[in-house]
Design a binder for this molecule. Structure first.
Ligand SMILES: C[S@@+](CC[C@H](N)C(=O)[O-])C[C@H]1O[C@@H](n2cnc3c(N)ncnc32)[C@H](O)[C@@H]1O
Length: 317
């Protein structure tokens, strides 16, 4: 049997950027929540660096492409005086943000806004923004440079932007995925790379071009082990999505080009079954980066975007 995880919908093709999360992609929300469990030390480091760079308590924070609310909740928890605006183009994701913040005292300070970052999203942001957070989301937009310029314009002088992305290929250990099929994990990673995954990005130049100074880069990784319940479920979902992406909707010529053959695909299915049933240990590592970028204290102060009143349009609280 292959994994009983349903195949994900076809992702990431119709948009010039990678686009918003499809509303019917339920696994993605679960995967993001599981990623958050493993990325917690990464998020804490980014929060520490942001707090240090800002040097004061933020009053208004925006989370661009908030997803299920990993950043939103972490930001609202870390900065207890702040109002946190979670922005996303997916209504379903914003429902998750509200669900994550509602059982706690955080709900009163968390707002959700249904906006497209490729559109005129700045109108929903009221107040002077001290801190902006864009985790694994900028690469989804059609014009990340434009979004960074908009961010720069709405930040207070001395305000801080934290941006994170994937930086390289994921790695599986052992390389046979515990299946006895030599190198199948490496071929899986190579085949994914051939399809452009993971989407990596380096925003150092774009942040600098937008006016941020300094722009500090912090490289790290997010590590997952099948030895924990959350790790096993993450790997099951992640590999099932990968398996589908690589073979489920490709013609045989594409499969050949990726150097994965039918036995490799069968081995990947066996590895998915193994992690979901508590089989041999599998480890996974995902290289990540976050940038902490400061708007110089001498930079021109706010634009109309920061003073615009919150409008009914797009407010989805
Ligand atoms: C990979 S998820 C990251 C979610 C979250 N920041 C995290 O770290 O878990 C990217 C998110 O960006 C959102 N997104 C993509 N394109 C968008 C756009 N043009 N406007 C607003 N949100 C967008 C998606 O809907 C998705 O929730």
């Amino acid at each position: 049997m292959t994994s009983n995880t349903p195949a994900p919908p076809h992702l990431h093709r119709a948009h010039r950027g990678h686009g918003p999360a499809p509303e019917n992609d339920l696994d993605l929300a679960e995967l993001l929540d599981l990623d958050a469990v493993h990325a917690a030390p990464f998020v804490q480091s980014a929060l520490d660096a942001a707090a240090l760079a800002l040097g004061r308590q933020p009053r208004v924070i925006v989370d661009l492409g908030a997803g299920t609310g990993t950043g939103t909740v972490a930001l609202a928890t870390r900065f207890p005086e702040a109002r946190v605006l979670a922005l996303d183009a997916s209504a379903r994701m914003l429902e998750r943000v509200r669900a994550s913040s509602s059982p706690s005292q955080l709900a009163a300070r968390v707002e959700t806004h249904l906006v497209d970052l490729d559109d005129d999203w700045t109108a929903v942001v009221s107040g002077h923004v001290d801190l902006a957070w864009a985790a694994l989301s900028l690469h989804h937009t059609s014009s990340p440079a434009r979004v960074l310029q908009q961010l720069f314009a709405m930040l207070q002088p001395g305000g801080v932007a934290v941006v994170s992305e994937f930086t390289g290929a994921t790695a599986y250990r052992p390389a046979d995925l515990g299946t006895g099929r030599d190198g199948v994990g490496q071929r899986l990673v190579a085949a994914l790379a051939g399809r452009g995954y993971p989407v990596t990005a380096d925003w150092t130049e774009a942040l600098t071009a937008a006016g941020f100074d300094p722009v500090d880069r912090h490289d790290t990784s997010v590590d997952v082990s099948s030895q924990t319940v959350e790790g096993a479920r993450f790997l099951e979902l992640q590999m099932a999505r990968t398996r589908h992406l690589l073979a489920g909707d490709l013609d045989p010529a594409d499969i050949d080009a990726s150097h994965l053959d039918a036995d490799d695909l069968a081995a990947i299915d066996a590895a998915i079954d193994s992690v979901s049933s508590g089989g041999a240990r599998l480890d996974y590592s995902s290289p990540r980066v976050f940038w902490v970028a400061v708007k110089p204290a001498t930079a021109t102060a706010t634009t109309a975007a920061t003073t615009a009143a919150t409008t009914a349009t797009g407010v989805d609280r």
